[in-house]
Design a protein around this ligand. Structure first.
Ligand SMILES: Cc1cc2nc3c(=O)[nH]c(=O)nc-3n(C[C@H](O)[C@H](O)[C@H](O)COP(=O)(O)OP(=O)(O)OC[C@H]3O[C@@H](n4cnc5c(N)ncnc54)[C@H](O)[C@@H]3O)c2cc1C
Length: 475
């Protein structure tokens, strides 16, 4: 329990309106996009600068109080769930674009800046920030760094770690450290690489220096329609095997296409077994020939139709529909749970067959929309939160899907992180020694384990309240 004195000290740092302590207001912070588990912090603190974050963590350090960092709360693994951490530090007031160096294509931004805001800031100069999670309108750069987030264009352009040059990090002790910098190849250990993906367990990232990319000269975006999921996944392997690296290669099955079409009326064929969105980009010269090659591979895999977006407006509408797919799922069921696993690309047909089998076994409907080019699956398990038995079946089916991913040579998460959701699955891919080394590394940054406790690694004595899941209204 936090003392009134500590809360008073926090108010002194951020001002009275920067501390949320009323029960009704705290409910907003009881979970992220993973709603199966909930826990409410005692206070939420909203700093406006690095100095305020450092002052907050200094107070918490002297009182030995644990805390949890939070960005926009769009995470899908319970990463910002407060577990044995009474204080939540939320970056929603740290939205400053600190500096843009157009000539060297760098931007330094505060942690609370939304992903898409970076691109919006630089697009008039032909630049953009490449990692593009489907949540990019809301999710923050700090959250992206913590989760090493990806997105549809990860296939060609990489994930967050490939686009972060430097980080400002406030350690749990309150000390401020600068990791990396604006130049490439800073000597010494790659502490930026280590911090990206550390899920808030090293302290609070307050600023990031990001690499900006030049927008490609030209795009070709294709929609290929298939009678079966199997044909679509064989096409994915076929395209990559032909030496083509599309900018994006996304798959949606019939259930998700039906939901998207009902919501956004793009013109998707609702009777198709699956569709692929294939985006090629680069120099205009040669793109046409590459697109033709892709069409031939689709046809060889029994595609019944391949459409090319005829202009930028059609391309934008296609992506808008894809990126809002999760929003459309509410039409299919009152509640849903998005899983996140990875398999080698060539194993996509196997994992999709396994998902179908698991769905039948547990009597669940499962929709699939995912980054097929990366082998990163996102089965969406549909259920009704009022049905306790169905909830149990969702949890069991989710576990089985991840086990199937590992059995096929994959991993238990592609981009949503471990959070609280997948702690029990860590031993499926790491030995006890692997896990010990990671935990020892964490202690270098956070010797007393007060930054986001109860995440990634099983922690003895930590408890989390598993409640009945609620509808994911925010998505
Ligand atoms: C509709 C929808 C679509 C999505 N699509 C994608 C997708 O395509 N690709 C993808 O990778 N993810 C996707 N996600 C998941 C999610 O958006 C990402 O994980 C995102 O990076 C989370 O950012 P956030 O600001 O919401 O972080 P939060 O959810 O607030 O926090 C996530 C984690 O980061 C930590 N954290 C947050 N800020 C900081 C900070 N400043 N310093 C240290 N730690 C911090 C938290 O403690 C927590 O562990 C999607 C989510 C939704 C709801």
């Amino acid at each position: 329990m936090l003392s009134a004195g500590v809360i008073e000290q926090l108010r002194d740092i951020v001002g009275a309106d920067g501390v949320i302590a009323r029960d009704s207001e705290l409910r907003v912070y009881e979970c992220d996009g993973y709603t199966l588990e909930r826990s409410t912090p005692q206070v939420v603190v909203l700093p406006k600068s690095t100095a305020e974050v450092a002052a907050i963590l200094t107070v918490l350090h002297s009182e030995r109080i644990a805390f949890v960092p939070r960005g926009a709360g769009t995470g899908l693994s319970g990463g910002c769930l407060p577990i044995d951490a009474p204080v939540m530090v939320c970056t929603s007031r740290m939205k400053r674009i600190v500096a843009i160096d157009f000539a060297n294509r760098r931007a330094t931004v505060e942690a609370g800046v939304a992903n898409l805001a970076v691109t919006n800031e630089v697009k008039s100069r032909g630049l953009y920030y490449a990692p593009d999670p489907s949540s990019q309108q809301a999710c923050t750069i700090g959250g992206n760094v913590a989760e090493n987030s990806g997105g549809p264009h990860t296939l060609k352009y990489g994930v967050t770690t490939n686009h972060v040059l430097g980080l400002e990090l406030v350690l749990p002790s309150g000390e401020i450290v600068q990791l990396g910098g604006a130049v490439e190849d800073v000597p010494g250990y790659d502490l930026v690489g280590l911090t990206v993906g550390s899920e808030g367990t090293f302290g609070i990232v307050t600023q990031a220096t990001l690499r900006l990319s030049r927008q490609p000269e030209s795009w070709k975006t294709l929609l290929a329609v298939f009678e079966s999921v199997n044909d679509a996944t064989q096409t994915v392997s076929g395209i990559i095997a032909a030496g083509i690296v599309p900018a994006a290669l996304e798959m949606m099955d019939r259930l998700i296409v039906e939901a998207i079409e009902a919501a956004y009326h793009f013109g998707f064929p609702t009777d198709a077994g699956a569709v692929l969105i294939i985006e090629l980009d680069g120099l205009a010269a040669g793109l046409e020939r590459q697109a033709q090659q892709v069409v031939e591979i689709c046809r060889a895999n029994h595609s019944r139709e391949v459409k090319v977006a005829k202009d930028e407006a059609e391309r934008a509408a296609l992506w808008k529909s894809r990126k809002r797919a999760f929003g459309a799922v509410g039409r299919l069921a009152p509640s849903y749970c998005t899983q996140d696993g990875v398999v080698p690309r060539t194993k996509l047909p196997d994992i999709l067959r396994a998902i179908t089998r698991i769905g039948v076994h547990y009597r669940l409907r499962i929709a699939n929309v995912f980054h097929a080019g990366d082998g990163n699956i996102h089965p969406i398990l549909l259920y009704d939160e009022r049905n306790a038995d169905e909830v149990e079946r969702v949890l069991a089916a989710g576990r089985e899907i991840l086990e199937a991913c590992v059995a096929l040579g994959g991993s238990v998460t592609g981009e949503h992180g471990i959070g609280v959701e997948k702690i029990q699955q860590m031993p499926l891919i790491f030995s006890p020694t692997d896990l010990l080394v990671m935990q020892q590394l964490r202690k270098v940054f956070d010797p007393t384990l007060r930054s986001n406790p109860g995440k990634i690694f099983p922690t003895p004595g930590v408890c989390v309240e598993t409640t009945r899941p609620m509808r994911r209204a925010a998505m």
